[in-house]
Design a protein. Structure first.
Length: 394
C-alpha cells in the first residue's frame, strides 16, 4: 500500500453543537485527567513558591473557558516540560510568568500567521499516533512506578480494588467507573489519612493577585522554559489533540489553528493573575472521554473543583490533597494511558505505519527533548519511506 501524506484540514461546515450536559457521566469524566494534573500542580507550587490561590483559581477558570468554548471535553493541562523544569530547578515565579507569556506569544504567532496549518499538513498520521503512544508510555510508567506503590501494601490493595472496579464498569453509563473509584479513594482518605485540624486551617477565602511580567523575565523564561516546551506543545497539545477530536467527534472538526489560538489566549491571560502556564492535550481529552465525558460539561465540572479549592482551601492545599490516595490516581492514569495506546489500532493494518509510530513513541518517551526528536525523525522517515529511500517494515 503506498504511503500518503496527512490530508488537509476538513473544510465541511461544523455540525450543530450539542448542549453541554451535567450528568453523572460528565461528572465521572471530570476525573479522567486528575492523575496527570494534580501532582504537577502540587509539584510546581512546592518548588517555586507560587501562590496556590492564583494557580488553582486560574487553572479552574481556564477549564471553564475551554469547556464552554469548545462544547466538548477539551482539557486544560499544566505545561508538562515547563513544569518538569520548574520542579527540577526550583525556578521562581517571576520567570515562570515570563516564560508563560513567551509561550502565549509564540503560539499566537503560529496561529495568526497560519504556520501551524503548514505544520499540520507536514506531519503524517503515523507520527501523530507515535506521539500519543509516547505519552501513553510515560503516563503508564508514572502510574505503575510512582503512584501505585506510594502507600505501600495498603496502597497496592487499594489499587487492585480500583483496577477491578474499573475493568468491570468501564463504559458503563449507569454506574460510571471513575465515580466509584474516586468515591473509594475519598472513603480511604477520610478513614486513614484525614487530619481534621489541618483541614480546618486550610479553610479561608483567597483571590488571585495581579502580576506584570518584566521584559528581562520574559526573555529568561523564553530561553529556559518556553523553548523546551514548544516541541511538546506542537506535537501533543495541538496536532495530537486535533487528531483525537477527529477520532471521537468526527462530525465536529476543529482546526489546529483554533486549538493553538485558545492555547495562546490562555497563556496571554494566566501570567497576569498568578496562573501556571497551560495547554490543551490529547491525553486529557482521552481521559475525559474514557471515563464518560462527551460534552464540555466534564471540563466545566473539573474546573469548578479547582475553583473551589483555590477560593476556599488554597491555604492548606498541599496538605489537603495528600488525603486523596496516590494509588487511585495511578489507576485513573493507567487507564488513560491504555486508551491512548489503543489509538494505534487504526494504523495497525499497515506494518510500516505501525513500526514508524512505535519508533516515534519510544523516541518521544525515552530521550531528552524526546517529542522534538520523535517528531523530526518520525516525519523524516515517513517521507523517506514514501520515496523508497528506506524500507521500514518490508
Amino acid at each position: 500500500m503506498p504511503l500518503t501524506p496527512t490530508q488537509p484540514e476538513p473544510t465541511a461546515p461544523l455540525a450543530a453543537r450539542p448542549p453541554i450536559r451535567f450528568d453523572r457521566n460528565e461528572l465521572a469524566g471530570a476525573f479522567g485527567d486528575l492523575g496527570t494534573d494534580l501532582p504537577l500542580l502540587i509539584g510546581v507550587i512546592a518548588a517555586s513558591g507560587l501562590d496556590s490561590a492564583g494557580v488553582l483559581i486560574m487553572f479552574g477558570l481556564m477549564q471553564l473557558f475551554s469547556g464552554l468554548w469548545y462544547g466538548m471535553p477539551m482539557p486544560v493541562q499544566p505545561l508538562k516540560a515547563f513544569a518538569a523544569l520548574v520542579i527540577a530547578q526550583k525556578i521562581p515565579g517571576r520567570i515562570i510568568f515570563g516564560g508563560g507569556l513567551a509561550v502565549g506569544v509564540g503560539m499566537l504567532l503560529l496561529s495568526v500567521t497560519g504556520l501551524i496549518d503548514g505544520l499540520a499538513r507536514l506531519v503524517p498520521k503515523p507520527v501523530i499516533r507515535g506521539i500519543q503512544f509516547g505519552l501513553a508510555l510515560q503516563l503508564s510508567t508514572l502510574a505503575l512506578k510512582q503512584y501505585v506503590p506510594a502507600d505501600g501494601l495498603g496502597g497496592y490493595a487499594l489499587a487492585a480494588a480500583a483496577f477491578l472496579v474499573t475493568v468491570v464498569l468501564l463504559g458503563n453509563r449507569r454506574w460510571p467507573a471513575a465515580l466509584v473509584v474516586v468515591s473509594l479513594g475519598v472513603l480511604y482518605g477520610l478513614v486513614f489519612k484525614l487530619d481534621f485540624s489541618a483541614a480546618q486551617q486550610a479553610l479561608g477565602l483567597r483571590l488571585p493577585t495581579w502580576h506584570v511580567p518584566q521584559m528581562a523575565d520574559i526573555l529568561t523564561g523564553a530561553v529556559l522554559l518556553a523553548l523546551p516546551q514548544i516541541p511538546l506543545s506542537l506535537g501533543n497539545s495541538v496536532l495530537a489533540t486535533r487528531q483525537v477530536v477527529q477520532d471521537y467527534f468526527p462530525e465536529r472538526p476543529v482546526t489546529v489553528r483554533k486549538i493553538s489560538f485558545t492555547y495562546s489566549l490562555m497563556n496571554l491571560v494566566n501570567p497576569f493573575l498568578g496562573g501556571f502556564p497551560v495547554c490543551h492535550g490529547s491525553g486529557g481529552m482521552v481521559g475525559h472521554y474514557t471515563f464518560g465525558g462527551r460534552t464540555g460539561g466534564s471540563v466545566v465540572i473539573y474546573g469548578g473543583l479547582f475553583l473551589v479549592l483555590g477560593l476556599f482551601f488554597s491555604q492548606g492545599f498541599q496538605q489537603l490533597v495528600q488525603v486523596f490516595p496516590l494509588p487511585i490516581l495511578g489507576v485513573l492514569l493507567f487507564f488513560e494511558a491504555l486508551s491512548l495506546a489503543a489509538l494505534l489500532r487504526d494504523i495497525s493494518a499497515e506494518r510500516a505505519h505501525l513500526l514508524l509510530a512505535l519508533l516515534t513513541g519510544i523516541l518521544c518517551a525515552g530521550l531528552p527533548y524526546g517529542y522534538l526528536v520523535g517528531l523530526t525523525i518520525g516525519t523524516t522517515l515517513y517521507y523517506a519511506m514514501q520515496r523508497g529511500w528506506v524500507g521500514l517494515g518490508k
